[in-house]
Design a protein around this ligand. Sequence first.
Ligand SMILES: [Zn+2]
Length: 248
Amino acid sequence: MGFNEPTRRSVWLFFAFLILSAGAYVTYSRVNVLAGERDGEGAASHAAKGEEERAVSPLVLWQDMLEGNRRFMRGSLEPKSILGRRQMLVKGQHPKIAVLGCADSRVAPELLFDKSLGDLFVVRTAGNITDPIALGSLEYAVEHLHVRTLLVLGHEKCGAVAAAAAGQAMPTLNLDAIVNKITPALRKVENCNDPVELAMRQVIANVHQSAMSIVEDSPILKKATEAHELTITKAVYYLESGEVKRLQ
Ligand SMILES: [Zn+2]
């Protein structure tokens, strides 16, 4: 039995509607998936994402951090959905990287690496050094949050390192504790006539020492590095260019 002309037109319109609807649905789903990828929307998908991210190699994580740093250097940070991210994080955090950085107001890791809420677990002290509380915080990140990469980040013109290098008496025991922690690193620094170069060598020596003391002073973090469950990365930040350079 054949269709007459109006019926045939209706059938074609119906199929055209079906195809367009399916296309729109696929597009809508993909946009949502992309939004989820970007902002981590949805608790269930986020839990799965947390597992996925922990499996990402330290090298891939570092590449992602470097790309963020390059955006920061150019002054073109990615737009972020702070509201969506904040809501998503109410149920829990899954930071990928822990950072031990300096408290210096110019060296905020989230900005330097173009990251958002929930991306980095940050411990900041003057001179990026550790004491039991800072170490305990890092242990929490590794043991409880399963962070697999820890970045020790020093920076150019660090006041804490400069104070330790100056060797002058500190007015309080608390400030003394900071310079006393940094001073042993400076003894290993080869002298240099260029004061800028010397200061940078001191900063770098302090980063190496901090990374070493994380392992020496924390059995948990030592065990994690020996089991290759934790990678410690060292880097320094340059104030004027905004660049973060990895140390070997
Ligand atoms: Zn500093």
